[in-house]
Design a protein around this ligand. Structure first.
Ligand code: PLP
Length: 361
C-alpha cells in the first residue's frame, strides 16, 4: 500500500494514525461487539465518545466554560444561513468580505435578513486584508462576520489582527481551525465544517457564547435553533456519530503533537519552506497574497507560464503529489497543507517544485 502526499483542499488528508486506529476499532469498538456506526447515539458508549471529544476539544482550544460546543450537520454552508437566522433578531449584521467564502456567507445572509458589507477587498482580487480605515462598522450590528482563513484565495487573518469591535464576532474557521492557538474569548461564535482540519465531512463544529443562545425567533425550524441544540447536547436528533468519533480521535492525535502550540510550530515550518520555494523561484512560481496575511494552510500559486500547468499537474501526480490543481475560480495551483499533511509531504512537494522549475525554467 502506498499513500499519496495529499494536498486536497477538502475533504482532506487525515492523520494516518487516526485511520489505523479507526480500522482497528471498526468491527468492535472497545469490546462493545459493534462498530461506532452501529450503536445508539443515546447509549453509554457513544455518550462517552462525544463527551471525550468535547473535553479534548475544550482542552486543545482553551474553550471557556461560558461557551457551548455543538456538533451539528449541514456543513459550513448551512451556518451561512443558520447564523443570521439565530442572531439577527430583527437587526442588521456586518460582513467583512476577504474571499470567496466570506462573499458566499454574506450573500446567503442577504436571503435571511438585513446585512451590510463593512469592507471588501474584491477590487484587489482578494489578495490582502482591508486596512482599518476601509472598515465601516455599524456599532449597533447584531454581529460582525469574518472568514479567518479564505481557503480559495489563501488569505488568513493573523490572530493579533482580531480586534474587539464591541459587537459579537462570528468567524468561519473551516479551513484553519486547530492549526494554531485561537483566542476563543474574542469570539461570539466560531464555526467550521469538519472536512478540512477536524475529521470527515458531515460534522460541523459550532462554538457559541451562551449570551448568543435563545435569540432565535420561534419561526425558525427547531433543528436550526442553537439554543435547542445546546439544551439537547447536540442530540435533538441523531448526530453524525461516526464523524464525531473520528473527530475525537483527531483531537487525541493533536494532543500527542503537543496541542495547538506544537501543531502551530510544525505548520509554520511547512508554510515557511513552501512560500520560500515560491518566492525564491525567480518568478517561475508566484503567490499573489500580501506577505502579512498569507495562509499557512492553503497556498495558491501560479506558474508564470500557464502552458506548463498541465505538465506540472501530470508530473506532480506521477510523483505521488495529489490534488494540486487550483480552484477553478482562481486557476493555477493550490497546495492545502492542513494539520494532517506532514512536513515530509511538504518537503517532497518543494523538492518536486524546485526540480520542475529547473527543468522547465
Ligand atoms: C469548505 C469551506 C466552506 C464550505 O464548507 P461546507 O462544509 O462544504 O459547507 C465554508 N467556508 C470555508 C472557509 C471553507 O473552507
Amino acid at each position: 500500500m502506498t499513500r499519496i502526499h495529499n494536498f486536497s483542499a477538502g475533504p482532506a488528508a487525515l492523520p494516518e494514525e487516526v485511520l489505523k486506529q479507526a480500522q482497528e476499532e471498526l468491527l468492535d469498538w472497545h469490546g462493545s461487539g459493534c462498530s461506532v456506526m452501529e450503536m445508539s447515539h443515546r447509549g453509554k458508549e457513544f455518550t462517552s465518545i462525544i463527551e471525550q471529544a468535547e473535553a479534548d476539544l475544550r482542552e486543545l482550544m482553551g474553550i471557556p466554560e461560558q461557551y457551548k460546543v455543538l456538533f451539528l450537520q449541514g456543513g459550513a454552508t448551512q451556518q451561512f444561513a443558520q447564523i443570521p437566522m439565530n442572531l439577527l433578531a430583527g437587526r442588521s449584521a456586518d460582513y467583512i468580505v476577504t474571499g470567496s467564502w466570506s462573499k458566499k456567507a454574506f450573500k446567503e445572509a442577504q436571503r435571511i435578513g438585513n446585512v451590510r458589507c463593512a469592507a471588501t477587498t474584491e477590487a484587489s482580487n482578494f489578495t490582502r486584508l482591508p486596512v482599518a480605515e476601509e472598515i465601516k462598522l455599524d456599532p449597533f450590528a447584531a454581529y460582525l462576520h469574518v472568514c479567518t482563513n479564505e481557503t480559495i484565495h489563501g488569505v488568513e487573518i493573523p490572530a493579533e489582527r482580531i480586534a474587539d469591535t464591541g459587537v459579537p464576532l462570528v468567524a468561519d474557521m473551516s479551513s484553519h481551525i486547530l492549526s494554531r492557538p485561537v483566542p476563543v474569548e474574542k469570539f461570539g461564535l466560531i464555526y467550521a465544517g469538519a472536512q478540512k482540519n477536524i475529521g470527515p465531512s458531515g460534522v460541523t463544529l459550532v462554538i457559541i457564547h451562551r449570551d448568543l443562545l435563545g435569540m432565535a425567533p420561534l419561526t425558525i425550524p427547531t433543528v436550526m435553533d442553537y439554543a435547542v441544540m445546546a439544551e439537547n447536547g447536540s442530540m435533538l436528533n441523531t448526530p453524525p456519530t461516526y464523524g464525531i468519533y473520528i473527530a475525537g480521535l483527531v483531537f487525541q492525535w493533536l494532543k500527542r503533537q503537543g496541542g495547538l502550540e506544537g501543531m502551530a510550530r510544525i505548520n509554520a515550518e511547512k508554510a515557511r519552506i513552501l512560500y520560500a520555494c515560491i518566492d525564491q523561484s525567480g518568478g517561475f512560481y508566484r503567490n499573489p497574497v500580501d506577505a502579512d496575511c498569507r495562509s499557512a494552510m492553503n497556498v495558491p500559486f501560479v506558474l508564470a507560464n500557464p502552458d506548463l500547468d498541465a505538465k506540472f499537474l501530470a508530473e506532480s501526480k506521477a510523483a505521488g503529489l495529489a490534488s494540486l490543481k487550483g480552484h477553478k475560480s482562481v486557476g493555477g495551483m493550490r497546495a492545502s497543507i492542513y494539520n494532517a499533511v506532514s512536513l515530509e509531504s511538504v518537503q517532497a512537494l518543494v523538492a518536486f517544485m524546485n526540480e520542475f522549475a529547473k527543468r522547465n525554467g
